[in-house]
Design a protein around this ligand. Structure first.
Ligand SMILES: *Cc1c(COP(=O)(O)O)cnc(C)c1O
Length: 366
């Protein structure tokens, strides 16, 4: 059975849940009723059965291969989202320390700080709030506390469009990164991190599964109040199946990872992401009609917020974009304007179509 029906597909710039590769959606459709001659949908399988255990193992194996996850790190597939991790990380990683350091680069950092304060002393080692969250505070300005359990960063601020393009050095203090919106957008050196977490729904799958990659020596000392389902040690020992995992989401992540592999892996995906982002930023910088406020070296490859100089044109802009099948471009309510999210699965043609529309709009209204 093959899905050959022509579907109406828009260019979807959503910040998340976000666009997925069309071949993945087609394969999921083909396998919906009968996965690999099992006579079952993946949704209908026991998480303890051999079919799903195989899917889970294959997904983890692909993730480890693509990211180069070293031995000594556990890969967990959990629920609760990245926002859940803002509580779950301190519960698991304080290890007798009173608190952790955080670098405040925007809305998502602020959420980490607010939630973390319920469980720990949170020390803000650096902040770009004074500059309106338009850059990453340089590493040499960070004031790290000597007894921090870890240093938390948000590798890509989805709302502000600010991204780390190099891994900061935190010495012996483990680095923890919320990578929800730039997870697997390119190669990283996993061993520079103590823990990485990401909700799947931006770059690698549907909502419902949160991926955690954690250095094994950091786990096993969770606070006694930690729910068992969110205790990394318990979940690691149970292959993320202490409770029923989000099986269907994990299966789709597996298909996305296979698609990434077929694209040539993370280096190839990164090259394409750079090409897409460059196309949009170059145009934004070429005209006073639009602008992006982020410091050039810290601009995100994944989320590009931009504004029209004349905000009274915003609604007209969005309406015209919608009519051309360029959707979900409205900026986050906290910053206004527009935001184009250019995740892995968004094709270059989508960015080209957006830039063509922006030029046309400027010519008409500029
Ligand atoms: C989307 C996002 C989150 C929130 O993820 P949930 O799945 O809603 O918990 C957290 N951090 C960042 C950086 C995000 O982009």
């Amino acid at each position: 059975m093959t899905t050959t029906t022509k579907a109406k597909r828009v260019f979807n710039f959503s910040p998340g849940p976000a666009t997925l590769p069309e071949p993945v959606l087609r394969q999921a459709a083909d396998e919906m009723l009968d996965w690999h001659d099992s006579g079952m949908s993946v949704m209908e399988m026991s998480h303890r059965g051999k079919e799903f255990i195989g899917i889970h193992a294959e997904t983890e194996k692909l993730l480890r291969e693509l990211m180069g996850v070293p031995s000594g790190y556990k890969v967990l597939f959990l629920q609760g989202g990245a926002i859940g991790q803002n509580a779950i990380v301190p519960m698991n990683l304080l290890r007798g320390h009173a608190g952790f350091d955080v670098v405040d680069t925007g809305e998502w950092s602020l959420k980490t700080i607010k939630e973390g304060k319920k469980y720990a002393q949170v020390h803000i080692a650096a902040s770009s709030a004074a500059g309106g969250y338009t850059h990453i505070p340089p590493r040499e300005t960070w004031q790290l506390s000597p007894d921090a359990a870890y240093v938390h960063i948000c590798s890509n601020e989805t709302i502000g469009g600010v991204q780390y393009h190099a891994t900061p050095d935190t010495g012996n203090v483990p680095l923890v990164a919320d990578m929800s919106s730039d997870f697997m957008c390119g190669p990283i050196d996993v061993k520079r991190y103590g823990l990485i977490y990401a909700g799947a729904q931006k770059n690698v799958g549907p909502a419902g599964v949160t991926i955690v990659i954690v250095r094994e020596d950091l786990i096993g000392q969770a606070l006694p109040i930690t729910p068992s389902a969110f205790d990394y040690r318990i979940q690691a020992d149970a292959d993320s199946m202490y409770n029923t995992p989000p099986t269907y989401s994990i299966y789709i992540v597996g298909l996305v990872l296979r698609w990434i592999q077929a694209q040539g892996g993370l280096a190839a995906v990164q090259a394409r992401n750079r090409e897409k982002a460059a196309l949009l930023y170059q145009y934004l910088d070429s005209t006073p009609f639009y602008f992006n406020p982020v410091a050039v070296p810290d601009r995100s490859l994944m989320n590009v917020p931009f504004k029209l100089r004349d905000p009274s044109l915003d609604d007209t802009f969005l309406k015209g974009a919608d009519e051309r099948g360029l959707v979900q471009l409205k900026g986050h309510r906290s910053v206004g304007g527009m935001r184009a999210s250019l995740y892995n699965a968004l094709p270059l043609e989508a960015v080209a179509a957006l830039v063509a529309y922006m030029k046309e709009f400027e010519a008409r209204h500029g």
